[in-house]
Design a protein around this ligand. Structure first.
Ligand SMILES: NC(=O)C1=CN([C@@H]2O[C@H](COP(=O)(O)OP(=O)(O)OC[C@H]3O[C@@H](n4cnc5c(N)ncnc54)[C@H](O)[C@@H]3O)[C@@H](O)[C@H]2O)C=CC1
Ligand SMILES: O=C(CO)COP(=O)(O)O
Length: 327
């Protein structure tokens, strides 16, 4: 009997549960809102977060976190800033060998920890992994093809989990570079806001490509300073996810930036959607400063979100930086 618990009944948790269902006898999907678990049980669909993707037969929606007691492994798919509180509630409930896979994309405010580090902080004895890459929940939910990276401290774990989570439409590549994988997922959300601003303001495809390339240079500098591997940054969870999120109105982060570029106030431009980049920007820039890494695009995003800088001034400041060698 193969079992899996997906914690977080958002769009991504639902898509991952459905995708993994083919390789499992039972998949629980835990919603912290009892009404959502009840609706999903009744409708056999997550109409609130991922409409149009019927739940596979073996999926059991629940609001009872005790489901993890019976699960071989756990996917953590809540918003990044609540990962710690969910982990605290998991204490004493997990099987000793259950791998907890971080699927959220962000950096914890207050501590500056990546999601896997938060898991290790609260649940130090639990083996861990991270899944990240170019993957819109709507696409995966519709069975459209993509590929992502699955990183774990021990490559055998990544191998075992890849077999569990892969499907003909969802390809997983293994990695032992947990930090590199998580940095890509967190940083691209901030850079996607910048690309959205550029396009919302009508600055054109050339500006968009230039920003994407310079954004990647920032991501790379920041990640290498923390020991990430170049091949990870060039791969699915780095360049792959950056290219996707920075270029598509399907992205909530890009859409937030686009609306700001069109003149909307940052506080309302996200339309209530989960925009992880807005949560990540301040902690990312603080981390970069403490590492001595220059991230002018991320700094500009943070200043725009905090309304310390007008969009035109932020663009002017980026364009008037001293000329330097590319890198
Ligand atoms: N939607 C997507 O295409 C993808 C999302 N992700 C990442 O997955 C994470 C979750 O995103 P989505 O599923 O899209 O979010 P969503 O906005 O669709 O849903 C968020 C869910 O979080 C849960 N939640 C809210 N507060 C909570 C709390 N205090 N405790 C426990 N659960 C709580 C709620 O059940 C809610 O349904 C984010 O970090 C996101 O960056 C990663 C890849 C793709
Ligand atoms: O992470 C994602 C795609 O890989 C989803 O991006 P958004 O959170 O910007 O919608």
């Amino acid at each position: 009997m193969k079992t899996l618990a997906v914690l977080g009944a958002g769009a991504w948790g639902t898509a991952l549960a459905n995708s993994a269902a083919r390789n499992h006898d039972k998949v629980w999907i835990w919603a912290h809102e009892p009404w959502l678990a009840a609706d999903m049980r009744k409708d056999r669909e997550n109409k609130a977060r991922l409409p149009g993707a019927p739940l596979a037969d073996c999926i059991e929606p629940t609001d009872d976190l005790d489901c993890v007691r019976e699960a071989d492994h756990i996917l953590m798919v809540t918003p990044a800033q609540v990962v710690r509180s969910v982990c605290v509630s998991l204490k004493g409930r997990l099987r000793p060998d259950s791998v907890v896979v971080s699927c959220a994309k962000g950096i914890e405010r207050g501590t500056g920890l990546y999601m896997r580090e938060v898991l290790a902080d609260v649940l130090p004895d639990q083996p861990g992994a991270a899944l990240s890459g170019p993957s819109f929940a709507e696409d995966v939910g519709r069975g459209l093809p993509t590929a992502v990276t699955l990183a774990a401290d021990r490559i055998e774990l990544a191998e075992m989990l890849s077999d569990r989570l892969a499907s003909p439409h969802f390809r997983l590549y293994r990695s032992d570079d947990l930090k590199g994988v998580e940095i890509g997922g967190a940083v691209k959300n901030v850079l996607a806001i910048a690309c959205g601003v550029t396009m919302g303001r009508g600055l054109g495809a050339s500006a968009h490509a230039a920003l994407l390339a310079r954004g990647f240079a920032e991501l790379r500098r920041f990640a290498l300073a923390q020991g990430a591997k170049t091949e990870t940054l060039m791969g699915l969870s780095g360049l792959g996810d950056l290219a996707l999120t920075c270029s598509s109105p399907q992205s909530r982060n890009y859409s937030l930036g686009f609306a700001i570029g069109q003149g909307e106030k940052p506080q309302v431009a996200g339309r209530g959607a989960l925009t992880e980049g807005a949560w990540t920007a301040p902690i990312l820039t603080a981390k970069a400063r403490s590492l001595g890494v220059e991230m002018p695009i991320a700094e500009a995003v943070q200043a725009i979100l905090e309304e310390r800088t007008a969009v035109a001034d932020a663009i002017g400041a980026l364009m008037s930086r001293p000329f330097k060698a590319e890198g």
